[in-house]
Design a binder for this molecule. Structure first.
Ligand code: NAP
Ligand code: MN
Length: 278
């Protein structure tokens, strides 16, 4: 846990909620609490704290709304459903959230994010950041790409696609693909295959790979066509892709540290195993 510089100016708070009735109710309660408090200033512009109300999906949207402000912003997630992975508070804990923000000294907890660079054949470069994962797929035909890890030409992949996830994203799409769950304090990326073809002719490693901070992953398409990229909850298509590079970003996402802490393993258990204890 580290501290941001706290000055005497009011904390600028942006409140973002999804369309659910319950989320709007939580948002109104927070608005009412901070509106007349001179230590807070409600503003969607250059906030110090972004409160996302909804689910993990809503926090992904909030992250992309403020991804240019990662140096200064801290996020707080309120879940208006079950316990989430990016959400420290449930909807019935709003009073506790208000109390904790009033006592806040700028403490934060930070997690790694993914940097993606897509280079097109005409030399154009597109960069993006992902909080959960980015996938590359070729929909119309088998995707054929070379996978290069830290300059080692590792394998020629044939199949539906490849996912590169962050530690906090490892419990999302990556897990559905059979990838491992990574503790979010580990500074690593995970490459997971999406339906690779494996037979006596074509060969890939098959298991997912955990890649350390210093290593870069490159994917080089071997067929012309349309490639579909997902970046968290967004999708984009590019033709004539020359290569795609993935590494851990130099910036991290920061969350307001809470005085209590829900263990990551508690969240994994709650989300995927449930209450059975026998
Ligand atoms: P969505 O289709 O509405 O929701 C996908 C589900 O993933 C929701 O239950 C969401 O939780 C949950 N989720 C999101 N991030 C997670 C994380 N880091 N760990 C565990 N669960 C997580 O889409 P969305 O809400 O916009 O979220 C986009 C994400 O969905 C993508 O980044 C990807 O990880 C995931 N996804 C999964 C699959 C799959 O498993 N086959 C396919 C595509 C995308 P909430 O209900 O709290 O929002
Ligand atoms: Mn969702």
């Amino acid at each position: 846990m580290t501290q941001t510089n706290i000055t005497d100016r009011p904390t600028r708070v942006a409140i973002i909620a999804n369309g659910k009735y319950q989320s709007k109710r939580v948002a109104s309660k927070l608005f009412a609490a901070f509106k007349d408090d001179r230590n807070f200033y409600l503003s969607k512009k250059d906030p110090d704290v972004v409160i996302s109300i909804g689910g993990d999906g809503m926090l992904l949207s909030a992250f992309h709304m403020y991804e240019k402000n990662l140096d200064t912003v801290r996020f707080v997630g309120v879940h208006t459903g079950h316990l989430g992975f990016y959400t420290d508070y449930r909807d019935f804990e709003v009073d506790k959230l208000i109390e904790n923000l009033r006592a806040d000294k700028g403490d934060k907890v930070s997690y790694p994010i993914l940097k993606i660079k897509i280079t097109l054949e005409n030399g154009q470069e597109v960069t993006a950041r992902a909080l959960n994962e980015s996938t590359i797929k070729r929909i119309e035909k088998t995707m054929v790409t070379d996978v290069i890890i830290n300059h080692v030409k590792f394998e020629r992949f044939r199949g539906d696609g490849i996912s590169i996830s962050t530690p906090t994203g490892s419990t999302g799409y990556n897990k559905s693909l059979g990838g491992a769950v990574l503790h979010p304090t580990m500074e690593a990326l995970q490459l997971t295959e999406i339906s690779s073809i494996n037979n006596r002719v074509y060969r890939t490693l098959g298991s997912s790979i955990i890649i350390p901070k210093k290593d870069k992953i490159e994917i080089v398409p071997k067929r012309q066509g349309i490639y579909t990229f997902s970046i968290d909850n967004k999708t984009i298509h590019y033709k004539n892709v020359a290569k795609v590079e993935y590494c851990l970003d130099s910036k991290k996402i920061s969350f307001v540290a809470t005085p209590f802490h829900t263990s990551f393993w508690e969240r994994v258990k709650d989300a995927f195993i449930g209450g059975q204890d026998s």
